[in-house]
Structure formats: structure tokens, C-alpha cells
Design a protein around this ligand. Structure first.
Ligand SMILES: NC(=O)c1ccc[n+]([C@@H]2O[C@H](COP(=O)([O-])OP(=O)(O)OC[C@H]3O[C@@H](n4cnc5c(N)ncnc54)[C@H](O)[C@@H]3O)[C@@H](O)[C@H]2O)c1
Length: 338
């Protein structure tokens, strides 16, 4: 059977997908420039699964790096996860985001064309729906009102892939719009390890729980939600990984897009309470004004993936937090920095 190439496979989501693929007896090749990924994550994936993967320290902006991999391995499918993902950083460094997320994607598709690889899964994001989506958000909800370069680069990449698939009918491309991936593999050996101060809610809360950060700032406590704080759809990382396997199984010529979410929203206060209960630690927090562009609530309608991919998220919030806590409490410093 042909191998699966994961770009960005040493990162948070990619390493969990690599694990799920190896568990399924697929051969996996990872390319990552390690700007935000870790070789430790991949070593632990090999330990957990008892299987080896192929790793290339390379960059998706380099045609030579990618062509070399396609020459050496018989790749059947690509899961394209490599990219930069911080909303705030994208506002101060838009060039880097366009280069990595847009130019990198064009470059990857060029290399795939030369290697005659025609099957691709693309990591997109619920941010493409823009700041005030109507919930539950289904795939037909309007896109295009992105408020930051990160979201715009994801949307541009989606448009490009859609138009490419229309022009080249042999291409089979699926874009998966993730809601909020959290949690860790249940071994607690791999998990999310953000560089510097985390920008996502859960890693931030866990850093407060382990005493690395003093308190959490809660932006907006007067939203029209049951407790006034923002509501989001959190999905367990292993459910997200399972969604990728189903998407691979169901890849068909053309361009498709699916939400990967649970369909249920939790407020910031509910998350804080759940982390306190599971970790036994107090989470100090302070109220702050709403941030411009933040929605009161955003949760998915995941029924299209359920119908067409036979996939649905199975793990509850307690499981997401318990698995994440196992990782963060065992490895408070994250991976050893290479
Ligand atoms: N984590 C989320 O909340 C979330 C939500 C929606 C979408 N996504 C998307 O999913 C993908 C993976 O996200 P993640 O959370 O695992 O992030 P991550 O930063 O942990 O993983 C991305 C990986 O890509 C690598 N990388 C970045 N630029 C590269 C380049 N030019 N060449 C090669 N490798 C490169 C990084 O080193 C990192 O290992 C990203 O495309 C992200 O935009 C993430």
C-alpha cells in the first residue's frame, strides 16, 4: 500500500494523526521544518505504536525538499497540516503567514503534480466562517468575513484547492474545518506544546493549573450566553484524528469540505470549572472586555461528516480535559527542546 505524507506531522495535530495512521498499519512519512513541532513527539508516537515512521526535516516552501520526498517514497495521499496558526502573530507578521500557508500550499500542489499524487486532505479552520457565524454552523454558512491574516490564508488556500480540483478532475481534495481541537492521546505521552505564551484557551488554562502562569484573562463576561462567557465547540484530538482517517477512506475526485466539531458548545466558565474539578487545582481568572471580532458562540453542525464520512466525535468534555491534564501534569515543560 502507498504511504501517507503528513506535512507538519511533528506538530500537535499531525503527531496524533501519525499515531492513528500507524495504528491502522499505514506507512507514514512526515515533513516538518520544526518551527513549532518536535522530534520528541514523533519518537513517542513510535514508542506508543511500536512502529517506525519516516521523518524529513524540510520546508513546504522548498520544491527541492518536497520533490526529494516524493522521489524516495511511493506516496498515495497527503495530509497537509504544515503552517502557522497564531491569530495574533498573523496580524503582526502577515508575510510569514501568506508565505507558509498560501505559497507553501501552492508549492506542495506543484510537487504533488510532478509526482502524480492526486489525493489530499487539507487542514482548514472554522475561522473561515468569519466573526459572527449563525449557530450551529454548517458548511454552507457564508465564509469570507475573516478578521485576521491567519483566517484569510486558510480561506485563500481553500479557494485555490477548490478551483484546482475543478480544473484537474483527477484531483481528490477534502478540506476539514476544525473547530477547537483539545486533549491529548490517552497515554499522556504526547499533547499540545505551544511555544511561549499559549494563544488558545486550553493550553493557557493548563499553564495556570501547573503554576506557570498567574491567571487567565476571560475576554467578555457579558455575552448573551447562559453565564456571559463565550461558547465554543471543543473536540478531542483523537476524534479529530479519526475524522482524518474517515476522510482518507472517503476521498473522491473533486473538492469537498467538512466541519469537524462535536456540535456542542461549552462556555469559558464551564471549561474553567471542568479543569478545576479534574485537576484539583484552582484556576485564577480575571474578567476583561470583549475582544473585537469574537463571537458570543460558535459551534458546528457536524451532520455532513456524519452522513458522508460515517464519522462523529465520541469523547466527552471530561475525557478531553482528563487526557490533556495527564499530558500537562506529566510534562509541565512540554517536550524537551531540541
Ligand atoms: N490547533 C488548532 O486549534 C487548529 C484549528 C484549526 C486549524 N488548525 C490547522 O491545523 C494545522 C496543524 O495545527 P497544529 O495545531 O498541529 O499546529 P502546530 O503548530 O502544532 O503544527 C504545525 C506544524 O507545521 C510545521 N510547519 C510550519 N510551517 C512549516 C513549513 N513551512 N514547512 C514545514 N513544516 C512547517 C510546524 O513546525 C509544526 O510542527 C495547521 O495548518 C493549523 O492552521 C489548527
Amino acid at each position: 500500500m502507498k504511504k501517507v505524507l503528513i506535512t507538519g506531522g511533528a506538530g500537535y495535530i499531525g503527531s496524533h494523526i501519525a499515531l492513528a495512521l500507524l495504528d491502522r498499519d499505514r506507512e507514514v512519512v512526515v515533513v516538518d521544518n520544526l518551527v513549532n513541532g518536535s522530534l520528541q513527539a514523533l519518537a513517542r508516537v513510535e514508542t506508543i505504536t511500536g512502529k517506525k515512521l519516516f521523518f524529513y526535516h524540510g520546508d513546504i516552501r522548498s520544491a527541492a525538499d518536497l520533490d526529494n520526498i516524493f522521489r524516495r517514497h511511493h506516496i498515495g495521499e497527503v495530509i497537509h497540516m504544515a503552517g502557522l496558526k497564531s491569530v495574533s502573530e498573523s496580524i503582526s507578521r502577515p508575510d510569514d503567514y501568506y508565505q507558509n500557508n498560501v505559497v507553501g500550499t501552492l508549492n506542495l500542489l506543484d510537487s504533488m503534480r510532478r509526482a502524480r499524487v492526486r489525493r489530499l486532505i487539507f487542514s482548514s479552520s472554522a475561522t473561515v466562517y468569519g466573526p459572527q457565524p449563525c449557530c450551529p454552523v454548517d458548511e454552507s454558512c457564508p465564509t469570507g468575513a475573516t478578521t485576521n491574516p491567519y483566517g484569510t490564508t486558510k480561506l485563500i488556500a481553500e479557494h485555490y484547492l477548490r478551483e484546482l480540483a475543478a480544473a484537474e478532475p483527477q484531483l481528490a481534495i477534502t478540506a476539514l474545518r476544525y473547530f477547537n481541537p483539545i486533549g491529548a492521546h490517552e497515554s499522556g505521552l504526547i499533547g499540545e506544546d505551544p511555544c511561549g505564551i499559549p494563544t488558545n484557551l486550553l493550553p493557557y488554562i493548563f499553564q495556570v493549573a501547573i503554576g506557570k502562569l498567574e491567571h487567565l484573562c476571560v475576554y467578555g463576561t457579558d455575552y448573551p450566553t447562559p453565564d456571559g462567557t463565550g461558547v465554543r465547540d471543543y473536540i478531542h484530538i483523537m476524534d479529530l484524528a479519526a475524522g482524518h482517517l474517515k476522510a482518507l477512506d472517503n476521498l473522491q475526485p473533486g473538492f469537498r469540505v467538512y466541519n469537524l466539531g462535536t456540535g456542542k458548545g461549552y462556555s469559558v466558565m464551564e471549561i474553567i470549572n471542568a479543569v478545576e474539578k479534574i485537576s484539583g487545582r484552582q484556576i485564577k481568572w480575571q474578567p476583561r472586555k470583549r475582544r473585537k471580532g469574537d463571537a458570543a458562540e460558535c459551534y458546528a453542525d457536524p451532520s455532513l461528516a456524519q452522513r458522508e464520512l460515517s464519522w462523529q466525535a465520541e469523547r466527552c468534555l471530561e475525557k478531553m480535559i482528563a487526557d490533556a491534564w495527564r499530558w500537562h501534569s506529566a510534562y509541565p515543560q512540554g517536550y524537551v527542546k531540541e
